[in-house]
Design a protein around this ligand. Structure first.
Ligand code: LLP
Length: 425
């Protein structure tokens, strides 16, 4: 990330603030979020996708400040629960610039969306059509998109692939359920179908699957035009743009993605005799991920015959991704220059299971010891937003850094917070 700088004594500055200073001021574990980096990444999207709606996918990480920053930069928001929606709206986020997703939206999700006047709702299943239509107040019409499964395999891990048939999301193009749903939506006077949506999956690093998706969806737009005489004005191709978790790994080239998707869309529509629909993209990880760093303190070091286990004060409760998806990170020692040769270690968490490993077989100086500070870069997306309260360990705070200043955005979850929810006997 652009605003990360090496300092003397092996310290690292993020947003102009040394990580050692942040650890001393705010304690550990702590999530550090670089406001300048978030904003720069938002701008890169707007440059790559001019004349498009860029929605930040709140599921990657949301807090009030984050909602405020992305709105200031000119992005909309993709939410998938009443919780994300309400939080954003409390910051003054215009509901009209918010899209609601979800394969199983609860009555509360739908009620909240309709009450707050969310811009678009993405219909994910046949049963949702009548349920949503019944909830829309008489005399009004809710704008909807329909989530189409285009039958394309892409994405970093089987658990985050959503473009292939036969899974829980969306309406399949191949078996005709998308076409069937579209006919039904067009027959609902309280729903106004404005476009198609698809989301292929997450941590995708090549452009090609998106071009295939655009081709298939333009084909469907043409068939809808033929069959129903309706020209849908919007096309939402979801998010999923991959980032590099370790030096040397691939990441999505956002500028290339934008240029090639727009060219494909323009060409396909021209060939089909359709006007070019307004494009929407929904990046989450590529905005938040590289903007965050997780900071931990080493609590113990255990050397067995074969392995060195470096145990830190966080773990799978604040970052479940290695355990869930086998993702590999590149932790580093900060704030102390060591002359010891690097040795392979396992950075493990404090939780009560052997699988609580944040990074296995990573090089750290051989003299790593309790009290050392460990930074895990690319920790801004799907870490805290997926954090649990396992072992009744409180969730870490989020500290924003910008222009040499640091401030708490979300405070640390205290033991009192945890016990406060428990009603007792
Ligand atoms: N739009 C929709 C409809 C989505 O379901 C998602 C992510 C996104 C956009 C944003 O995708 P992104 O640009 O962040 O890849 N927990 C997993 C990732 C799950 C992604 C879920 N949906 C992980 O930690 O890798």
């Amino acid at each position: 990330p652009a605003s990360t700088a090496e300092l003397p004594d092996a310290d690292l500055a993020v947003g102009g603030v040394p990580l050692t200073e942040l650890a001393a001021r705010f304690g550990t574990p702590t999530y550090v979020l670089d406001e300048g980096e978030v904003r720069a990444r938002c701008r890169a999207y707007l440059r790559a996708f001019p004349d498009a709606d860029v929605l930040y996918a709140a599921k990657a990480f949301l807090c009030r400040a984050m909602a405020h920053w992305v709105r200031e930069e000119g992005l909309g928001l993709d939410v998938c629960s009443a919780g994300e929606l309400e939080l954003a709206v409390t910051t003054g986020f215009p509901p009209g610039r918010i899209v609601l997703h979800g394969n199983a939206k609860s009555p509360e999700d739908l009620r909240t969306a309709l009450r707050l006047g969310v811009g678009r709702i993405v219909i994910d299943s046949t049963s949702e059509i009548a349920r949503l239509a019944a909830a829309v107040p008489a005399g009004t019409r809710q704008q909807v998109l329909v989530r189409v499964v285009p039958g394309i395999a892409a994405g970093g891990h089987a658990k985050i692939r959503t473009g292939t048939d036969d899974q829980k999301f969306g309406l399949s193009l191949a078996d005709g359920s998308a076409q069937h749903a579209i006919t039904r939506i067009l027959g609902q006077p309280r729903l106004r179908l404005v476009g198609l949506h698809c989301h292929l999956g997450s941590q995708i690093t090549t452009v090609k699957p998106y071009l295939s998706a655009v081709r298939r969806l333009v084909g469907l737009l043409a068939r809808i035009h033929e069959q129903h005489g309706v020209t849908l004005p919007q096309l939402d191709i979801g998010g999923g743009h991959g980032v590099a978790y370790r030096p040397g790994e691939d990441s999505m080239d956002i500028a290339a993605l934008g240029a090639r998707v727009r060219a494909e869309l323009a060409g396909g529509c021209a060939a089909a005799g359709l006007p070019v629909p307004r494009l929407t993209v929904e990046p989450g990880r590529a905005i938040a991920g590289p903007s965050g760093v997780a900071l931990y303190r080493v609590l113990s070091v255990k050397r067995t015959g074969e392995h060195t286990f470096v145990a830190v004060d966080g773990g799978m409760s604040d970052n479940p991704r290695p355990a869930l998806y086998g993702v590999r990170y590149a932790p580093r020692l900060v704030g102390r220059r060591s002359s010891a040769a690097p040795v392979p270690v396992s950075v493990v968490g404090r939780h009560c299971e052997a699988g609580d490993v944040l990074a296995a077989g990573v090089p750290l100086p051989g003299d790593v010891r309790p009290g050392d500070l460990i930074a895990v870069p690319v920790a801004g997306a799907y870490h805290l937003s997926m954090a649990s309260g396992y072992n009744l360990v409180g969730r870490p705070p989020v500290v924003a850094v910008a222009d040499g200043h640091a401030r708490v955005l979300v405070r640390r979850e205290s033991l009192a917070d945890i016990q406060g929810r428990d009603i007792g006997l």
